[in-house]
Design a binder for this molecule. Structure first.
Ligand code: FAD
Length: 276
């Protein structure tokens, strides 16, 4: 089986200790030769400097880096500033997002949806940036309907996205169905599965509720039944996620994007088990 490219996602650390820990994590993960590493962007621009600093750190280690950029609550001028800073630092790859609307936000700014950000990046910078967008195989939690969400995805692609990364999912069929649906609507760009290792059940359940990723009933019950036995949770999680990646690879996915949560352990084990 040919090995698709892999990429790793990190979040910008808030402390010097976190920055050092992330460097160690990256050193451990570099052996898997990621195509690039991406760094998330806090809602409303709260991690603007942290995102850029982490990306510059990654570049200085000789790895390709892609900052995320979310637009909700932002003006065109402030997004233009950030794009110029990215470009001035030689960055050519961006993950373009709307972002989550923080509770209580009254002024949503000059961008309402990610397709408007993608169009803005193309308008300002032509083909300078390779643009990734988000995809939701189990649909976005705020989608008006499945059809409306598929249309929204197609709009982002038509606005100029080069490829997409999915929200994590535990149901491979949802991913394949999504790819079929968007292909039938004319989408030709790669849709790379986002992979979330399973490490801590309550945290995973909370995240999954918020982002609309369904944990299959049998898996939820099994994980729940381990209670505080974190070793068993991790062991089942590693088996399950490795099998999921295997199945995705067997069907020829264009890549795997790992949500590392800034830790190398589980992702390294999965990569080793996949023969990377
Ligand atoms: P959009 O594509 O704009 O979609 C948002 C919602 O609006 C969907 O329900 C869609 O159906 C609907 N919609 C779109 N267009 C229209 C329209 N014209 N009319 C009506 N409805 C419409 N968040 C961060 O804050 N920082 C990050 O770094 C970050 N990284 C992420 C990386 C990945 C790979 C993924 C999958 C998500 C990430 N997120 C991040 C979360 C993301 O910001 C949220 O899921 C957000 O709520 C939606 O962003 P989007 O870019 O998918 O939005």
């Amino acid at each position: 089986m040919s090995q698709p490219p892999i990429s790793f996602e990190f979040f910008p650390p808030k402390t010097a200790e976190g920055t050092e820990k992330l460097r160690i994590t990256r050193r451990q993960l570099a052996q898997f030769k990621p195509e690039y590493c991406s760094v998330t962007f806090g809602a409303g621009g709260t991690t603007q400097d942290g995102t850029l600093n982490a990306v510059l750190d990654i570049q200085s280690e000789g790895l390709a880096a892609a900052p995320h950029l979310s637009c909700i609550g932002s003006s065109r001028a402030s997004v233009a500033d950030i794009l110029q800073r990215y470009r001035d630092n030689g960055i050519r790859h961006i993950v373009a997002l709307r972002g989550d609307i923080p509770s209580g936000m009254v002024d949503v700014g000059e961008f309402r949806y990610a397709n408007e950000l993608v169009a803005f990046i193309r308008e300002q910078h032509g083909d300078w940036f390779q643009i990734e967008v988000a995809a939701y195989p189990e649909y976005h939690p705020q989608a008006q309907s499945a059809e409306a969400d598929l249309r929204a995805f197609v709009n982002k692609v038509n606005a100029g996205a080069d490829s997409a990364i999915t929200q994590y999912f535990f149901n491979a069929d949802a991913y394949f169905r999504f790819v079929d649906e968007v292909t039938a609507r004319g989408v030709k760009i790669p849709v790379v599965p986002g992979i979330m290792p399973i490490q801590n059940f309550s945290q995973l359940a909370r995240f999954s509720d918020m982002c609309g990723a369904e944990i299959p009933r049998w898996l939820k019950l099994r994980l729940q039944s381990f209670g505080d036995d974190s070793a068993s949770i991790r062991a089942l999680g590693l088996d399950f996620i490795t099998e999921l990646c295997d199945r995705l690879m067997q069907q020829g996915v264009p890549g795997l994007h790992f949500y590392t949560l800034n830790a190398a352990g589980a992702v390294s084990t999965i990569c080793q088990r996949l023969g990377r």
